[in-house]
Design a protein around this ligand. Structure first.
Ligand SMILES: [Zn+2]
Length: 404
């Protein structure tokens, strides 16, 4: 199939300027040419983009695809079967896609459902975004991903509990065997976990290094849930590719991240929604309490890291309380409200997100020979970032999923 897109303004993820009077020719899954008054030798279908702003398909770098903002996810995890969670996840993933996120990175789900979905989408069995998946989360006993449940209750395939470098190595190898693209691990405590604190370090540097080495050996990535400064630094020294949340990031962490080219995925949407909805909405007491303690530091430290030049990528932590699939572009709005330049918020959701995933040769910008992942919005997002929440056109790999 060939398409020629006409009549739009372009933010291509490369130029600082908005480009005009340009056409894009799409051939199969790829962008074939970009220029003025393109004519196709074959019978390309012309699509009038109605003067909208065209951008690269976005990258959502942190979701839990089997969860959709339930106030108390532990209850759901216990009550819901893996087949039901998987069916729901296929719907949530489609919402991410229709919101303009053509590539989505999962950061922890039960039963390897994210890996199953990836295969269903890649094979064309189901429609969905391009997934990059992590399988089970590596956590210490009593750590962030080790749910506080009685001994007779366990959640199949949610966390891999590891308490030594050898166990971490084995668990990482197991995720890779199952098809993970990223090994996700918990360097610190967190907000949603009942038995720990965000500031406390969990997996040791040695444990993380053992897991990260396995991922890197096969050309894959490693990501750390990391909120406290000590855990952030342990993860960076261990060789991590991205810090997730980075709530209590300090000057030394920023320096280390700059030196090692480590990404920060701040997930501002997660604390924002917990704060907005609170206890009244059924969010557990411990989560609201911890969230109140850290939310102010989180915003301050994020902006400090951004201004220092730390690479950032857009991820919402969708799935956490009231943080819903399909509303992912709220993260761009929160970034801009925090002080990020609108163009940088867009780059964090496109070009830089693709770099984080190691997919920048394939996606993230609108350039010839890249995958035809293209979205459009009404108006100029550099003047009003909120319009990114209302994407009108979605194409992934040359296939149109939405054209309002
Ligand atoms: Zn998360």
């Amino acid at each position: 199939m060939q398409y020629i897109l006409k009549n739009f303004k372009l933010i291509d993820g490369v130029s600082e300027e908005i480009l005009e009077n340009i056409d894009i020719l799409i051939d199969g899954t790829k962008i074939k040419s970009i220029g003025r008054d393109i004519t196709s030798p074959d019978k390309a279908e012309v699509i009038d983009m109605k003067g909208r702003t065209v951008l690269p398909g976005m990258v959502e770098a942190h979701v839990h695809i089997g969860m959709n903002g339930e106030p108390n996810f532990e209850l759901m995890m216990i009550k819901e079967t893996i087949p039901m969670a998987t069916l729901k996840a296929s719907v949530y993933a489609k919402r991410d896609l229709l919101a303009g996120f053509t590539t989505v990175r999962t950061m922890g789900d039960k039963g390897f459902l994210d890996i199953a979905l990836k295969r269903a989408f890649d094979s064309g069995l189901l429609d969905g975004p391009r997934l990059r998946v992590s399988g089970q989360i590596l956590s210490i006993t009593g750590g962030h991903a080790d749910l506080a449940l009685p001994p007779e209750v366990s959640i199949t395939g949610w966390a891999a509990i590891v308490d030594s470098p050898d166990e971490a190595r084995k668990a990482a190898r197991y995720q890779l065997k199952m098809g993970a693209d990223i090994v996700k691990m918990c360097a610190t405590g967190g907000v949603m976990s009942e038995g720990d604190e965000p500031g406390s370090a969990q997996l040791t540097e040695e444990e993380m290094r053992a897991a990260i080495t396995e991922a890197h050996k096969v050309g894959k990535k490693a990501a750390a849930h990391a909120q406290g400064a000590e855990g952030i630094k342990n993860a960076i020294r261990a060789g991590i590719d991205s810090i997730e949340h980075g709530v209590l990031i300090d000057d030394e962490s920023i320096e280390l991240m700059l030196k090692n080219g480590v990404f920060l995925v701040p997930t501002l949407s997660a604390p924002y929604n917990i704060k907005k909805y609170g206890r009244e909405a059924g969010i557990p007491e411990h989560a609201v309490r911890k969230n109140d303690q850290i939310i102010g530091f989180h915003l301050q430290n994020f902006i400090k890291a951004y201004k220092a030049g730390v690479k950032i990528a857009t991820g919402t932590d969708a799935g956490t309380p009231f943080n819903k699939h399909g509303e992912n572009a709220q993260e761009l709005e929160l970034m801009v409200q925090a002080g990020v330049k609108p163009m940088d918020a867009i780059l964090a959701a496109t070009k830089w997100g693709a770099e984080l995933l190691g997919m920048d040769k394939l996606i993230g910008t609108i350039e010839v020979d890249k995958e035809a992942d293209i979205i459009a919005v009404e108006g100029n997002p550099l003047e009003n970032i909120s319009i990114m929440k209302d994407v009108k056109f979605v194409m992934k790999a040359g296939k149109i999923y939405k054209n309002e």
